[in-house]
Design a protein around this ligand. Structure first.
Ligand code: FES
Ligand SMILES: [Fe+2]
Length: 345
């Protein structure tokens, strides 16, 4: 069965602080999932559909380590096994319950494996450790985007849109005019764009790290890892000193399909300067939300235009679409491999 999603992968289901002792529902790759925390803080992920009359369990309540359906009170434990049917005396029928999904909390994110549980391998979780690493201060956000996940990946992997979409908010000097180096590996794509002698972007100015220095040398490095992870490093250094070029801030992006036409977009921005300055954090957050709202408007309008387009004309690729095209190829290959994979119990 294929619904266009690679199932045997970890997907970000939530920012860690979205999940507490109240049920939290979110659809991942077409699967409704309810998340909650047990008393010890561990996160539980169950199918968000009561086995009785299919009311989403996320409309119910957490009771201790269990979740109780908000309709007729069926109660399920953290493994999804039904432990009580209030309207019926006698033992609960064996095997009555819902699916539990493998779930891991790491780097301030909740990762869920919607595929076959025996294939869930924690080594496949992306290294997003910059989110909670000493020496970095990070702000987090989430956006629901009414567009296919591949359009979001195109957007993240082709930053030549910066001056046109985000010029006023992020600045975009250096992107369109400097060539991108692209390296394609089997399951990953790496990019690098040196941007010598360019103006400081508003985020660089905010950190005050290069205050009074005018233009700086910059570089952008990005890497894509299937199914929807993009790390963008923004390197900045004083003019003409390549040894001092270092990541000043990084944007960590996790894209999780909700449906063919909608996606969850989790982001964080980690910076290595002005670490304890709450005003800088607030501004980093505000500017990033503003920029990603600009992207969302573009992405949702693209999706509507694609849906309405009966011409069958394909998307056209320019030079800097190489990374997005490579990411789409990797995803298509993994989907084809999934079709051939024997199902394991
Ligand atoms: S629908 Fe959940 S208990 Fe009836
Ligand atoms: Fe953008």
């Amino acid at each position: 069965m294929s619904d266009g999603f690679i199932r045997n992968q970890w997907y970000v289901a939530a920012n860690a602080d979205e999940v507490g002792d109240k049920p939290f529902g979110r659809v991942l790759c077409g699967e409704p999932v309810v998340l909650y925390r047990k008393r010890d803080g561990a996160v539980v992920a169950l199918l968000d559909r009561c086995p009785h009359r299919k009311l989403p369990l996320s409309l119910g309540a957490v009771r201790g380590d269990e979740i109780r359906c908000g309709y007729h009170g069926v109660t399920l434990n953290a493994e999804g096994v039904c432990t009580a049917i209030p309207s019926q005396s006698g033992p609960v029928p064996k095997g009555f319950g819902v699916r539990a999904f493998p779930v891991v909390e790491r780097h301030k994110l909740i990762f869920v494996w919607i595929g076959e549980p025996v294939r869930a391998d924690e080594r496949l979780i992306p290294d997003w450790s910059i989110n909670d690493k000493p020496g970095w201060t990070t702000v987090f956000g989430y956006q629901h985007v009414a567009a296919n996940h591949l359009l979001i990946l195109d957007n993240l992997l082709d930053l030549t849109h910066l001056p046109f979409v985000h010029g006023a908010v992020l600045g975009g000097d250096g992107y369109a005019e400097n060539a991108l180096e692209v390296e394609i590996e089997s399951d990953a794509v790496r990019l690098r764009r040196p941007m010598p002698d360019v103006a400081q972007s508003p985020l660089i100015v905010l950190t005050r790290k290069f205050a009074g220095q005018g233009n700086v040398d910059r570089a952008q490095t990005s890497s894509f890892k299937a199914p929807g992870y993009v790390f963008i490093g923004l390197w900045v250094g004083p003019l003409g000193k390549p040894d001092e070029l270092a990541i000043l801030y990084a944007v960590v992006n996790s894209v999780t399909p909700e449906s063919e036409r909608s996606s969850h977009y989790f982001w964080s921005v980690a910076r290595s300067a002005a670490l304890d300055d709450a005003r800088v954090s607030a501004e980093f957050h505000r500017l990033t939300v503003a920029a990603f709202d600009q992207d969302r408007i573009v992405l949702e309008a693209q999706q509507r235009a694609i849906d309405r387009d009966a011409s069958g004309a394909p998307l056209v690729n320019f030079r800097d679409d190489r990374a997005g095209v490579a990411a789409r190829r990797i995803i298509a290959r993994l989907l084809a491999e999934q079709e051939k994979m024997p199902r394991v119990a």
